[in-house]
Design a protein around this ligand. Sequence first.
Ligand code: NCD
Length: 303
Amino acid sequence: MKHLTGIKELSDSDIRALLDRGHEYAEALDQGDFRSERLKGRVIVNMFLENSTRTRTSFEMAALRLNASLINWDAETSSLKKGESFGDTIRTLGAMRPDAIVIRSAEYEAPHMVAQMVECPVINAGDSWREHPSQALLDTLTLERHFKTKGLSGMTIAICGDVSHSRVAGSDMQIFTRLGAKVRVIAPPFLMPNKFPAQGIETFTSLEDGLPGCDVVMMLRNQKERMNEDLIPSDAAFHRQYGLTHERLTLANKNAVVMHPAPMNRGVEISDEVADDPQRSLIFTQMRNGVPARMAILDLLVE
Ligand code: NCD
């Protein structure tokens, strides 16, 4: 495992090793052990060409927790604005010999392209609508910790809403099925992908039909920056038909948990009461687990 470009490129043992190291870091952080010298002296470059709150900050937090240094390269003030090509920008950074590059880009398979141009490990922090593997690892770490299991066998997980534009769904469908879960996609027909990156996905066009029997309900934001503006004319109408409310959540299994990669659009795909339900919502736990999951990624790829 030299790079983390997608779940697709990981072997089963790579996935297990990343999750196991993630568990170790999560437990250490829970015990107040915030110091590791593991990546001391290493320099990591964060290259985010799209907006980010969680992913960018948690890669930064993870690097600092491991005692690495991190540079937040800024697209807005870079020479891309002077007309430099993306390829030349990457070659420039690569020439300075960083120990890893973390990249988020709207361009399809940008991490693969960067990996061919630099010598260091390249980590995908969000590739177009295709894959977001570090999110899939933190989602899986969150489920294994919550349900106190290794692997997800026997679980039924529904991924709901704008699946067709979601790189999180792209990676989650793969990792969840590979770890033994049954995955359902619940989406309106106009947000339903026409093909899936994993086998055996069941599809439903209403929450009422898809939620019964689910242990996990993952909601997604309507990613309007990736769709034609007229596709969802009314957020209120979307909420009435596809928003997760407490009433709808009762259709799922009794102890079903709610996830969301965030950012959330409250009152659209999810109600406040569900997002903030301390018994059912794992949303802020996911954010917490983003740090140990990314510590594991940096550790195994850079060290
Ligand atoms: C997601 C992303 O950027 O793909 N956010 C994240 O990384 N947690 C989901 C989204 O933007 O809706």
